[in-house]
Design a protein around this ligand. Structure first.
Ligand SMILES: Nc1nc2c(ncn2[C@@H]2O[C@H](COP(=O)(O)OP(=O)(O)OP(=O)(O)O)[C@@H](O)[C@H]2O)c(=O)[nH]1
Ligand SMILES: [Mg+2]
Length: 278
């Protein structure tokens, strides 16, 4: 492993980092799993099924490693409704956290300590790998756990590169990792791009066809976007974009509406969690 920096961990909590660029799963994910005693799979509480990585979960099990499911962005959901969703029982144990509201950190910390204790590790530090889809808040969760800004976070998916080690306690280290998308979901078909934009794994700035994504979102979540902007478009995305563009004065030469820019605004609000889905 190439070490980019190695310096006093006291101040930043950072122990070392690698400068590997985004390496494809399974290499980096396998590496983290094999280095770790316990894995935290960070999911977006709004999109539990869309942000799960069943392939990685299989590898974790095959390697006999423990896992805690972290339902992040809990500020954007109704916790009770979320726990009643189909499939949640499979995700055990889970802990709800919100990095924004700074809640759930203590529960998660205790759960990690409990799991680590049960492993009976002696004579070395325990390692906790943090994995998940891009942009689910892995780095933010680490900061919530550590109680300070140690791992760097960003609004743009694909921000963390390489594996970064940070100190949680004197005998537990956490590993921040780049987000990974399941192999079977790789590709740039319109559907995949729309799905990745929906969960924020592809940033609103980078998506090629934002209007298509807005159209898909309006179909998947009827009425939600119209209500947020207070525009009655009858489920028609072109109408919504036209009206919203006009409201914001997003015009291009000749006075017509800049629909690309307007659609990106919708995606930005969506990806920032401004538009609540429940
Ligand atoms: N509303 C809300 N937003 C959050 C929460 N946690 C993280 N975010 C936002 O989600 C975005 C991604 O956070 P990061 O911590 O960088 O996510 P990551 O999983 O490390 O992302 P990559 O390293 O790019 O895979 C940022 O804009 C955060 O502010 C949360 O609990 N609630
Ligand atoms: Mg990150």
């Amino acid at each position: 492993m190439r070490v980019r920096y190695s310096f006093s961990s006291r101040r930043t909590g950072i122990i070392e980092g690698t400068n590997k660029h985004r390496e494809p799963f399974p290499k980096i994910a396998r590496e983290v799993i094999s280095m770790s005693d316990l894995i935290l799979e960070v999911l977006d509480a709004r999109f539990l099924d869309l942000t799960r990585n069943v392939e990685i979960e299989k590898v974790i099990k095959q390697n006999g490693k423990g896992v805690i499911y972290v339902f992040n962005k809990a500020d954007l959901v109704d916790i009770k409704k979320t726990t009643e969703k189909a499939g949640v029982l499979e995700l055990n144990p889970y802990v709800f956290v919100s990095c924004k509201a700074r809640s759930g950190g203590k529960d998660l910390r205790n759960r990690i300590k409990q799991e680590i204790r049960s492993l009976g590790i002696v004579g070395r530090r325990a390692q906790v790998g943090v994995i998940g889809y891009p942009n689910t808040g892995k780095s933010s969760v680490i900061n919530l756990l550590i109680g300070k800004k140690s791992a760097r976070t960003a609004e743009i998916a694909g921000f963390t590169k390489g594996i970064q080690k940070l100190r949680l306690t004197s005998d537990i280290v956490v590993l921040d990792t780049p987000g990974v998308i399941p192999e079977q979901e790789k590709g740039i078909s319109r559907d995949k791009v729309a799905r990745h934009s929906e969960v924020g794994a592809r940033s609103y700035e980078k998506v090629k066809d934002p209007e298509f994504v807005v159209d898909r979102l309006m179909k998947r979540y009827p009425g939600i976007i119209e209500r947020f902007y207070n525009i009655d478009a009858n489920g028609n995305s072109e109408l919504l974009i036209e009206e919203l563009g006009r409201k914001n004065n997003f015009l291009i030469k000749g006075g017509s509406i800049d629909s690309d820019r307007t659609a990106r605004l919708v995606l930005k609000d969506w990806q920032r969690g401004n538009i609540r889905i429940e």
